[in-house]
Design a binder for this molecule. Structure first.
Ligand code: GAL
Length: 814
């Protein structure tokens, strides 16, 4: 089964466009070679403006992440103390054989924020929303040869969002050419329903725009292709194309469909052809999936007839301090792959739409998505956020967002907001009605939206973590399903431990929490017993959080999961968060609050394995803490094991410390007097060892080690190498306490695009040739250029053996 899924993933991912290209429609990336200036510049929209001195770069690009963390940056705690400002981009677009009958569209997947776009000096529009994709028709203003596109991005007022937002053209840009009879962007809507024994009906609604100036008779042919490109079903119907826009709805009965699910994410492609005078004038492809999603009152979520619990994570779109929000596709893919391995089956796009490739990856890798449109509505949540533009723009933006994402099988529920300030039930109804006018196949929820009646599935955030809140709500509204739109909140720092339980509102209050807060909620908090009477790990900065399951806001991970398993009407939850994200700092010099179960660099914390033990079936065991505790000889350290197996045994220096059977507590604990050596856990099913994990003491690392996820990349300006730099002993055991500074150098055709060590307090610049590891590790990200050859990564540090690694960039064969 696993191999089958992997093959499907590979095929589906590479078969985004399954081979046959339209002779008329042509969509190309225009990410490369933009000119950029990070300041206001009068007249830069004019085609003859001289931009010779400007920097040349490729998008996606985030200029905030290239800046310095400074306490007085007005972005403050919300924006990770990184700068905003004004930026200008210019790009030359060459058009050859320009024909009057052809259309050209520029598509921006996302620009943060307040962008103005010009082509050849003509203003195309203003787009305030920094997360929604948008496009413009260039056709009337183009000329043969060179054309100049200019984009002004105004992020001069911060903070402008929650949380870190980035600045600039931080997603891909595309140029699409069509005939003047064409399917517009997001012009198809595909629904699967009428699921019978072994068939389903696929309904496709196609919009065709006719700008030829006269009525035309057309044939609209929709063909369903499977992931190998085989024809599954075809339907053709006549359509009279009036001037402007026409719509046709066609039904296809698909026999024995291969259904999409998170375990088998089978994709199909709808190929839409518009035929006029026997000539195919447009050919438009829509990847889609056939799946039967049911939200059954009192029973929960059913996918293709099977009960499914949402094992979800809320995430922000940034990928830490290395790349900010300009996340290369490979970086995103690596992150999602980790979540898949952890057993996560659902993701929430907190608190706004993500880049289009995110949804494509969720489709093909098998994640369900709660697609969130907005953070707030008419009342701003950050002083300069979209709330200031909401009234004028929300309807148009919401419509284009829904149309962009409604064909993705991964998207199973819409979220219309998150902890929306000062909203009225009437406003909720207006927004819900708008969603229903565009898509009727998915329910609507809202983060903490249960307080008003118009959403379909009641969304609970942190408040729902309090004892009996869900039960109380259910007894009042027994027909409503409940979803944990943002549950549970725990905090942890990679490699940091405390044996006494911490409650955020009491022990490390967020800036907005008053001392009385804890007293108010204390009785409703699910307490976690301390692991020891006296704190074992004293002297830890109070900005760091413990990686045992004992640093919580209102409920711990294990206690929360018991609730999910117990309550049928509770369909599951999206924990806050999967990855650490920039912003929401609890104060300078913190870059984030440390909610993630994976750090800013993408290194798993212990919670990653706790979730894996709860969510995945593949036998695993994980032991914590690490075993390098110089000075603690003889002190009893609580050793915790997470496993999804029946029993586990712990060994210290090959001596068994006993076998234990897993209970509903979902962790096993041994109190072990510390002595140097190797601590090893083995997990068993029916008495047979199926998984093991160990740590060996490293008192002081002696060398640098550099490893990478790839040894070969394409010289395509896109591919990414993730290099893990660690400090180890001679046997490659990581020194979990190492904080050394190292120098790095990259030679050959590779571009350094950032470093990140995961330390929330590390505000050092990325514009130097040195960095620190944090608790033994740091990540260096390198991107391919257009040149082939050897990329050499060298790292060195005082008193440590240096390391070197070589990766080859080879020709890209199309
Ligand atoms: C929620 C909010 C999130 C994040 C989280 C952690 O209330 O929706 O954006 O702030 O709390 O404190």
């Amino acid at each position: 089964m696993k191999i089958f899924i992997q093959i499907l993933l590979l095929l589906a991912f590479s078969l985004n466009s399954w081979g046959q290209k339209s002779s008329v429609r042509n969509r190309v990336s225009i990410d490369l070679n933009w000119k950029f200036l990070q300041q206001e510049c009068k007249g830069a929209e004019q085609p003859n403006f001289n931009d010779q001195e400007w920097r040349t770069l490729n998008v996606p690009h985030d200029w905030s992440i290239e800046g310095e963390y400074k306490q007085d940056n007005p972005s403050g705690t919300m924006g990770a103390f990184l700068p905003g400002g004004i930026g200008w981009y210019r790009k030359q677009i060459d058009i050859n054989n320009l024909k009057k009958s052809e259309k050209y569209f520029i598509e921006f997947d996302g620009v943060y924020l307040n962008s103005d776009v010009w082509i050849n000096g003509h203003h195309l529009g203003f787009h305030p929303n920094g997360y929604m994709s948008f496009s413009y028709d260039l056709s009337p203003y183009l000329k043969e040869g060179d054309n100049i596109l200019a984009v002004r991005v105004d992020h001069s007022k911060t903070p402008s969002g929650r949380w870190y937002t980035g600045s600039g053209i931080y997603r891909h840009v595309w140029l699409t050419k069509t005939e003047n009879i064409y399917v517009p962007k997001s012009g198809t809507y595909i629904i699967s329903d009428n699921f019978l024994e072994d068939q389903a009906t696929v309904k496709v609604q196609t919009t065709v725009v006719n700008e030829s100036g006269k009525n035309r008779k057309a044939l609209v042919r929709n063909s369903i292709r499977d992931y190998k490109g085989n024809l599954v079903k075809e339907v053709s119907d006549k359509l009279l194309l009036k001037k402007d826009t026409s719509v046709i709805v066609q039904d296809c009965i698909v026999k024995a469909p291969q259904l999409w699910s998170t375990d088998a994410p089978v994709m199909y492609t709808m190929v839409t052809e518009v035929i006029v005078n026997k000539k195919v004038v447009d050919r438009y492809e829509t990847p889609f999936g056939i799946r039967n999603i049911e939200w059954r009152s009192k029973q929960g979520l059913f996918v293709n007839g099977e009960a499914v619990i949402i094992k979800g994570l809320s995430n922000h779109q940034d990928a830490g301090g290395a790349v900010g929000v300009a996340v290369p596709d490979d970086v995103l893919y690596r992150r999602l792959k980790m979540l898949k391995e952890m057993g996560c089956n659902a993701l929430r796009t907190a608190h706004h739409p993500f880049a289009p490739e995110f949804y494509t990856m969720c489709d093909t890798m098998g994640f369900m998505v709660m697609d969130e449109a907005f953070d707030g509505w008419w009342t701003a949540k950050a002083p300069y956020d979209y709330g200031n533009y909401f009234d004028e723009y929300w309807e148009k933006d919401l419509e284009s967002f829904l149309k962009r994402d409604r064909n993705h099988p991964s998207v199973i529920i819409w979220s219309i907001g998150n902890e929306v300030r000062k909203f009225t039930p009437e406003q909720q109804k207006i927004v819900v009605d708008k969603v229903k006018s565009i898509d009727t196949t998915r329910p609507v929820t809202q983060g903490r939206g249960y307080i008003a009646p118009y959403i379909d599935i009641s969304g609970f955030n942190g408040h729902g973590e309090l004892k009996n809140e869900l039960e109380k709500y259910h007894s009042k509204y027994p027909e409503k399903l409940i979803i944990g739109t943002e549950i549970t909140h725990t905090l942890q720092t990679r490699g940091v431990y405390r044996t006494k339980t911490w409650y955020r509102t009491k022990d490390n209050p967020a800036p907005w929490e008053k001392p009385a807060h804890f007293a108010r909620i204390e009785k409703k908090v699910t307490k976690i017993p301390d692991l020891t009477e006296e704190e074992v790990f004293t002297g830890v900065s109070n900005k760091y959080q413990s990686s045992y399951d004992n640093s919580i806001v209102r409920i711990g991970v294990r206690d929360e999961w018991k609730r999910v398993e117990a309550l049928d009407y509770y369909v599951g939850n999206f924990r806050w968060t999967g990855f650490d994200y920039l912003g929401e700092s609890f104060g300078w010099p913190g870059r984030t609050a440390n909610f993630g179960i994976i750090d800013l660099a993408g290194f798993p914390k212990d919670h990653f394995y706790l979730y894996q033990s709860l969510w995945s079936d593949k036998p695993m065991v994980h032991v914590l803490p690490h075993w390098s505790h110089k000075g603690k000889e003889g002190v009893e350290i609580p050793v915790v094991l997470y496993t999804n197996c029946q029993t586990a045994e712990l060994f210290l220096n090959n001596t068994s410390l006993g076998e234990k059977t897993m209970t509903s507590e979902r962790q096993l604990v041994w109190k072990v007097p510390y002595e140097k050596g190797t601590i090893k856990a083995v997990a068993k099913i029916d008495g047979v060892v199926v998984a093991e994990q160990s740590y060996t003491t490293v008192d002081r690392g002696t060398k640098l080690t550099v490893s990478s996820d790839k040894t070969l990349i394409y010289a395509n300006n896109k591919d990414i190498i993730h290099c893990e730099i660690s400090i180890t002993d001679e046997y490659n055991n990581i020194d979990p306490n190492a904080m050394n500074t190292f120098e790095y150098e990259v030679l050959g055709p590779g571009r350094i695009i950032g470093l990140e060590n995961g330390n929330i307090l590390d505000i050092s610049s990325n514009n130097t040739s040195f960095k620190n590891v944090f608790n033994g590790k740091c990540l260096l990200i390198i991107q391919a250029t257009e040149k082939t050859g050897e990329i050499t990564i060298k790292v060195k540090s005082t008193d440590l053996q240096p390391a070197i690694l070589t990766v080859r960039a080879i020709d890209y064969i199309k």
